[in-house]
Design a protein around this ligand. Structure first.
Ligand SMILES: [Zn+2]
Length: 66
C-alpha cells in the first residue's frame, strides 16, 4: 500500500512540530557547488503544508500576471 505525500512527510520528515526538510520555511534548498564549479542539489517548494501553501501562492501569482 502506498502512502500519500502527507502521510510520508508526517512519518518521515516531521519532528517536534518542525519540518526537518525545510525548518518550516516551505523551501527546500540543498544546492551546493563542488570544487571545480559543478553545481548539484535542488531548490524547490517543500512537500510539507508550508511548502504546499507556498507552491499554491506561487501558482496563483503566476496566473495573476497573465
Ligand atoms: Zn517542509
Amino acid at each position: 500500500m502506498s502512502k500519500t505525500i502527507r502521510q510520508l512527510w508526517r512519518d518521515e520528515f516531521y519532528r517536534d512540530g518542525m519540518c526537518i526538510l525545510c525548518c518550516n520555511t516551505g523551501k527546500v534548498q540543498t544546492t551546493e557547488r563542488m570544487p571545480g564549479g559543478y553545481k548539484y542539489g535542488v531548490k524547490a517548494p517543500c512537500i510539507c503544508p508550508n511548502g504546499r501553501a507556498l507552491k499554491t501562492g506561487i501558482a496563483m501569482q503566476a496566473q495573476a500576471r497573465r
